[in-house]
Design a protein around this ligand. Structure first.
Ligand code: FES
Ligand code: FES
Length: 158
């Protein structure tokens, strides 16, 4: 099966996609975009989160064929240019919210979405938004710090 997907603003065509292949597999293994991580492949951990038509989804649960003609934005597509970082990406680095990094791309996409919808989220809103993203390393406090920092930066407060 041939699949055409708009990924990070560019139309990408992939041939010989098996019906059971996930969007995550196609992104990582066929398109050379390893940012989205494969930690559970069961929709449990959120490490594979990408935007699909502007809505965060677990890409391990999306069949590649379901993405036909649709718009996908991965963690690689958040940065304004090749060498730059989105404020959320920068805040995760500066707040020490990255340890092994396996959860990080999904948390960044989910946090990015939260701050687009709720520019000044409460701690409860941050926790709720990130409830589907599991991290085995950080204890989550640094992740909350990162989202708070990104919110302040985006508001121009820092
Ligand atoms: S790899 Fe998709 S939710 Fe865990
Ligand atoms: S930094 Fe290791 S799982 Fe989150």
């Amino acid at each position: 099966m041939r699949v055409n997907v708009i990924v990070n603003g560019a139309t990408r065509t992939v041939d010989d996609v098996w019906e059971g292949e996930s969007l995550l597999y196609v992104l990582r293994e066929r398109m050379g975009l390893p940012g989205s991580k494969n930690a559970c492949e069961q929709g449990e951990c959120g490490s594979c989160t990408v935007y699909l038509d502007g809505v965060p989804v677990c890409s391990c649960l999306v069949a590649a064929g379901q993405a036909e003609g649709r718009d996908v934005r991965t963690v690689e597509g958040l940065a304004p240019d090749r060498d730059g970082l989105d404020p959320v990406q920068r805040a995760f680095l500066e707040a020490g919210a990255v340890q092994c990094g396996f959860c990080t791309p999904g948390l960044i996409v989910q946090s990015h979405d939260l701050l687009e919808r709720v520019p000044e989220p409460s701690d409860a809103e941050i926790r709720e938004a990130l409830a589907g993203n599991l991290c085995r390393c950080t204890g989550y406090e640094k992740i909350l710090d990162a989202v708070r920092l990104a919110a302040r930066r985006k508001a121009g407060a820092e």
